[in-house]
Design a binder for this molecule. Structure first.
Ligand SMILES: Nc1nc2c(ncn2[C@@H]2O[C@H](COP(=O)(O)OP(=O)(O)OP(=O)(O)O)[C@@H](O)[C@H]2O)c(=O)[nH]1
Ligand SMILES: [Mg+2]
Length: 216
């Protein structure tokens, strides 16, 4: 009985695919490890292609799997994978390094790439400025980042994958997206159900269709 219940749960668990993109060395791997594993990695190497991480979360009683795609920032390590990143993506996290202006300026290119892969406008996107623990090296003022985020209809998070005090903030980046996706998808399901209801009504009332072709 217990096995049945757990099987049913795993069959029903929804998976939200979230991709993390941005320049090499901005801390994408550290942020995703922090979210999925809890700790700041002692050392990292440049990601090749993509690394998958998953975290099971519960939102309003529903078990959801957040599948994080930690992508490579270096062009030579990502070329062949780009199509896979964007296929059926549910949400996008753009990361820059607050101590590297170039990584912030390059966001334009990352956004263009994302738009170039026909990611629907409805797909939620957030902006993350990482490495805030390096306070004396900050090159990207919050006000500038906020303006950019606003212009692109994104929420801005400034955080640090390294600082343990920020781990809650890192968590909230992904949880905020998961909550938005859950709300969005519940609405979609409700719309689909409504439409199915309409279709059934049309089939059930064939004689009515002769008098009035509108099924409403
Ligand atoms: N001070 C500080 N260093 C960080 C932080 N996050 C990551 N780093 C360091 O930044 C370097 C790059 O981190 P990664 O997470 O590997 O960067 P990445 O964006 O995944 O790089 P690619 O895989 O090449 O795209 C590492 O040396 C990390 O230790 C942070 O919040 N604060
Ligand atoms: Mg990486």
């Amino acid at each position: 009985m217990e096995l049945e219940a757990s099987l049913e749960q795993s069959v029903q668990t929804r998976i939200f695919k979230i991709i993390v993109i941005g320049d090499s060395n901005v801390g994408k791997t550290c942020l995703t490890v922090r979210f999925c594993g809890g700790a700041f990695p002692a050392s990292t190497e440049a990601t090749i292609g993509v690394d998958f991480r998953e975290k099971a979360v519960e939102i309003e009683g529903e078990h959801i799997k957040v599948q994080v795609w930690d992508t490579a920032g270096q062009e030579r390590f990502r070329k062949s994978m780009v199509e896979h990143y964007y296929r059926n993506v549910h949400a996008v996290v753009f990361v820059y390094d607050v101590t590297k202006m170039a990584s912030f300026l390059n966001l334009k290119t990352w956004i263009e790439e994302c738009n170039g892969h026909a990611v629907p406008a409805l797909v939620p996107k957030v902006l993350v400025g990482n490495k805030c623990d390096l306070q004396d090296q900050i090159q990207v003022p919050s006000s500038v980042a906020l303006k950019f985020a606003d212009a692109h209809n994104m929420l801005l998070f400034e955080t640090s994958a390294k600082d343990p005090k920020e781990s809650q903030n890192v968590e909230s980046i992904f949880m905020c997206l998961a909550c938005r996706l859950k709300a969005q998808k519940s609405l979609l399901y409700r719309d689909m159900e409504r439409q199915q209801g309409k279709a059934q009504k049309t089939q059930l009332l064939p004689e009515a269709s002769g008098k009035n072709s509108c099924p409403c």
